[in-house]
Design a protein around this ligand. Sequence first.
Ligand SMILES: [Zn+2]
Length: 108
Amino acid sequence: MSFIGSSALSSLLVFAFIGIFFVAIGFFVVIPIIIGVALKGSLKKVAAIPTFDEYSRANPHLVNNGRVSCVKCNGSSIFLQRVATMPTSIISHHVCRTCGTALYRSTN
Ligand SMILES: [Zn+2]
């Protein structure tokens, strides 16, 4: 009787071990891949927008004393749109309120 009991216990332990094994695989392989793909996608989107330096160098006439104008509609009302949150920083796009064009990005 006790033999059957211990064999049931050991097969339970094997199942528990297999369960933990797959959870560990899920944790250390699948989740980083999902995060990596998501991060790569958002970084691609982020990098498509120039930095403030690039924007001001490409459009010096649109940047005057800290006031920035839109390259498309010349509007000067710009809002911040948070696009990616990194472990140490937040990346935002500066978007024209008038025409919705993302003008440049910043990190803070
Ligand atoms: Zn605009």
